[in-house]
Write a protein that binds this ligand. Structure first.
Ligand code: NAP
Length: 325
């Protein structure tokens, strides 16, 4: 089994004092480690989560470890556009600048369900919630440029348990086709990737870098919607490690690299990958960046179409395409 890709130690020593980062799903798994590391480096981090009491508990634990920076907990339910708007309004009120937005929260292979506005749960939470959040925070991100937007996608944007990643533009919310939890996850993770790709084109020249990442197969609570987490964390942990599952610290490396490495600016809209499971096994070693084996991940017309569809679904006006927008 190849070794996980690691963020260079020098980047993890950089002083981030005076910088503000927003991390969604910051109470658990990869998000929690991202919050901890950025705060360790002196940043002010907004730990965005849908269960604020749990967020406060995590904040207290992280501060007890002795962070140089600070952590603020804020309520954000990505499955409610009203919650996204309220959260973003609060950030704009409290922070003139946001130097990094990590669209990290996510759910995987959930039973058929709908968000508050009726979108399929995974498309609505993983993509549409983050899409609106990004638009709502853009004024603060622009004000902080050079700044970064990192979408946490997955190698499953390519193929999830045999389901190829594709956006069904006719029926993204499974209103007219039979629901398949893995196909919905693959669609949402391809949407994360195309969202970053489209943002990068649109924000060219603004000093904002937008990219997407695959964190690896990481021991987190992500499996909770279809398997008991203790199966993975206790019972099968040694076995799963042998077949490629990595720890949260390792799984956070690509996110940190995408946030902190200067080289990332040379790859607008790119996909950065930890070890993965791709339909083309040559991609499994990952790459910083990695050329996705999914042809749909390189389709700028699809990225444009997804942008238009997402705007329509979340109730945003179309953007007039000028280099400055
Ligand atoms: N773990 C892996 O192997 C793996 C592989 C590829 C990609 N990823 C991606 O990595 C990201 C982080 O996942 P993880 O592995 O760290 O899993 P995790 O520990 O389950 O973390 C997911 C986070 O998302 C939050 N979340 C879920 N629904 C939300 C909503 N409606 N509003 C706001 N927050 C919500 C969760 O909050 P609660 O704690 O309240 O549920 C949790 O904080 C996800 O985007 C996932 O797709 C993970």
């Amino acid at each position: 089994m190849p070794k996980p890709l690691m963020c260079p130690e020098s980047l993890l020593q950089t002083d981030l004092s005076g910088r503000v980062y927003v991390v969604t799903g910051g109470n658990s798994g990869i998000g929690r480690v991202t919050v901890a590391q950025l705060a360790r480096q002196g940043a002010h981090v907004v730990l965005a989560c849908r269960r604020p009491a749990e967020g406060e508990r995590v904040r207290a634990e992280l501060l007890a470890e002795g962070q140089r920076g600070s952590i603020e907990v804020a309520a954000l339910d990505l499955a409610s556009l009203e919650s996204v708007r309220d959260f973003a309004a609060g950030i704009r009120e409290r922070h003139a600048q946001v130097h990094g937005l990590v669209n990290n929260a996510g759910v995987m292979n959930t039973p058929m369900g709908r968000t508050r506005e009726g979108f399929e749960t995974q498309f609505g939470t993983n993509h549409l919630g983050h899409f609106l959040l990004t638009e709502e925070l853009l004024p603060c991100i622009r004000a902080a440029a050079p700044a970064r937007i990192v979408n946490v996608s997955s190698c499953y944007h390519d193929m999830a348990q045999g389901r190829p990643g594709r956006i069904d533009f006719e029926d993204p919310n499974f209103a007219r086709r039979p629901y398949d939890g893995w196909a919905a996850y693959a669609q949402s993770k391809l949407a994360n990737l195309l969202h970053a790709r489209h943002l990068a084109r649109r924000l060219e020249g603004s000093g904002i870098s937008a990219v997407s990442v695959h964190p690896g197969w990481v021991r987190t609570a992500l499996v909770k919607s279809f398997a008991p987490v203790w199966f993975q964390d206790v019972l099968f942990r040694p076995l799963l490690r042998l077949v490629g599952m990595i720890e949260p610290w390792e799984g956070t490396q690509v996110t940190l690299y995408a946030l902190l490495a200067a080289e990332v600016e040379a790859h607008p809209g790119a996909f950065f990958s930890q070890l993965g499971m791709y339909r083309d096994a040559r991609a499994n070693a990952g790459g910083l960046p990695l050329h996705s084996p999914n042809p749909e991940a390189h389709d700028d017309a699809a990225a444009e179409r997804l942008d238009a569809l997402s705007r329509q679904l979340v109730g945003l006006d179309a953007v007039v395409p000028t280099p400055a927008t």
